[in-house]
Design a protein around this ligand. Structure first.
Ligand SMILES: [Zn+2]
Length: 207
């Protein structure tokens, strides 16, 4: 980390300074980007964006607590209300990914000596129930062979539904001021997929 920070100051900071000095007093991002803490997901790289573009929330499993109980884990709800209600972002993205440790823990059980992790993952129980009750979510017409990755797709859709239960989100969406976007990143393939609500499929973005 330290070597990287020194390198940033030496090489990148001079290039970014004009952009950052314009942003010095305020931010006006277009997008609230909710994704997993997984180190392989780099939001700015997979969206070709930079400083000021993405208001980013990261947590294990890219989860949005149910609105009814959001006060128990208010961090995500606060970010949603701030980004949508105050910053007036135009889109909210929920980005899941392949081989997600949270999805694995949901299927296999979290470690017993990790009570906070077990407690957090309860926010994904609805995703597991959704995956069990509904047909597979497909990418370009094909279901994913991995149960973990299949759960990750259902999990993205479940979190979008949950976002719509937040009054701030529902109001902005009903006024046509906000788009909700489902994204899935296949790490090994370096491939972004976007959910198409019209067809109910995730689509590979072209190269
Ligand atoms: Zn993950």
């Amino acid at each position: 980390m330290r070597r990287g920070a020194v390198e940033f100051q030496r090489r990148t900071a001079p290039l970014l300074k004009p952009t950052l000095s314009r942003l010095a007093d305020t931010q006006s991002p277009q997008t609230l980007f909710i994704t997993c803490g997984d180190a392989r997901i780099v939001p700015n790289i997979i969206t070709t964006s930079g400083p000021g573009d993405l208001f980013t929330v990261r947590n294990i499993g890219n989860l949005v607590p149910d609105h009814q109980t959001a006060a128990e884990d208010a961090s995500v709800g606060a970010a949603v209300e701030f980004a949508v209600g105050v910053l007036k972002v135009r889109e909210v993205v929920v980005c899941g990914h392949s081989s997600c440790g949270a999805m694995k823990a949901l299927l296999d059980g979290a470690p017993h000596d990790a009570p906070a992790l077990r407690s957090w993952l309860r926010h994904a129980e609805a995703s597991r129930a959704r995956a069990a009750a509904r047909p597979p979510v497909r990418i370009e017409g094909r279901p994913l062979p991995s149960e973990v990755d299949q759960l990750a797709l259902h999990n993205v859709l479940e979190q979008l539904d949950r976002l719509r239960a937040y009054p701030t989100v529902a109001r902005a969406e009903s006024r046509g001021e906000l788009d909700l976007v489902g994204m899935y990143f296949d790490v090994g393939d370096a491939q972004v997929h976007l959910y198409d609500a019209r067809t109910g499929l995730f689509r590979r973005l072209g190269r």
